[in-house]
Design a protein around this ligand. Sequence first.
Ligand SMILES: Cc1ncc(COP(=O)(O)O)c(C=O)c1O
Length: 477
Amino acid sequence: MLGFIARRLFWGRKSFCTQRCFSQLAQKKVSLQEDGVVIPKMPPFDYSPPAYTGPTADEILAKRKNYLSPSILHFYKTPLNLVDGKMQYLFDENGRRYLDGFGGIATVSCGHCHPEVVEAIVNQTKRLQHSTVLYLNHVIADFAEALASKLPGNLKVVFFTNSGTEANELAMLIAKLYTGNHDIISVRNSYHGNAAGTMGATAQSIWKFNVIQSGIHHAVNPDPYRGIFGSDGEKYAKDVQEIIDFGTSGSVAAFISEAIQGVGGIVEMAPGYLPAVYESIRKAGGLCIADEVQAGFGRTGNHFWGFEDQGVVPDIVTMAKGIGNGIPLGAVVTTPEIAEALTRRSYFNTFGGNPVCTAAGLAVLRVIEKAKLQENAFVVGSYLKERLTALQDKYELIGDVRGRGFMLGVELVTDRQLKKPAKAEILHVMDQMKEMGVLIGKGGFYGNVFRITPPLCFTKEDADFLVSAMDLSMSKM
Ligand SMILES: Cc1ncc(COP(=O)(O)O)c(C=O)c1O
């Protein structure tokens, strides 16, 4: 009852519409005009998941509370129990369909349960699930060859891992071994993982525990929206040179950065930043590591890799998430010369490059190419960004719309001048969008940025649906 009254107060009298009403409108595909706002229509989709007979959301939540780490979080006031997925859609325990605008944190590249990826996984699982690299198997070699063909320059040697954290740990280790130096420079507001070294490279206090994280320097973030130098990448790059000059011996092991910060709230490096920084780092004897865990695999639309937008060629590229469409898989790609550094001792990873994961990775690459998913990310992503930018003209709450392709951010502020983070408002909008059938992510240092990173098969109609749902939610604020 209290919830009912609160919802009624929140939505106001005139435009009152219960959450159930929104769902019904969305499911019945009814489109109404109300105060100039289109009530969203879920695009049709010809798939019904099998009936779900498992435990309820409440039962799962109770088990999670008892048996899983208290550190794990969930989105939404009423957490969602997702039981099926098909392409850009997800289904809850009642068979209700949701548009997935988050892609399991920029991970579902081809689409949920893409038939060709599933087929590759199933076929390989039936044949040989695990052997380790101590024996030969063609799948890991075929995938390494295919992956290397997607990278520029002499980036031709692949190490497989199970996650992005592992990939970045390994990349930083290789850089230290190869250069004989220790200092690593990363960018403030970045996220690179949560193990010993990567937690150090990560530069947001919320992701850093109070444990020793040595040998890492965090450069000023070249953030065009909040940064002190606006979009002048070269000015921010001077900070990296100053860190080298004043914070190290003058020699460094590596610089690591995302091309677009994902967890940090979809922050694109200001133009000109990476070329200038790469020059400084190489002069100081260091290697340049591009963390493509979120931006890689065509997600940014205009290029296959995020770093390509700034015209640089890194020495080491790390990847995970989209590489496997949801299968645990990561990789480090570097040059043959740099890769040699790891032969000084034994390096081994039990699951890294296992046949099932690499079969999935190979299928992912084929699907991205065959279905022209990078092009789709460019075309539909640009359209979605335009529509979101139009929404910014309508709502003061939207301080910034940014990103490329299907890596888009919408930053909410309560005051555009002061850029005061709209922390409570974003939770309301996100919850209401979920009730209308649209799931999107959120992040940023202040937790006030929508992260829109859908599967790359997202359509223009899906984009319209997402924007209408955001529009309607914001119109009720
Ligand atoms: C840019 C970036 N690098 C590394 C990681 C760590 O990847 P994982 O969670 O697979 O360890 C993440 C995870 O979100 C990421 O966004």
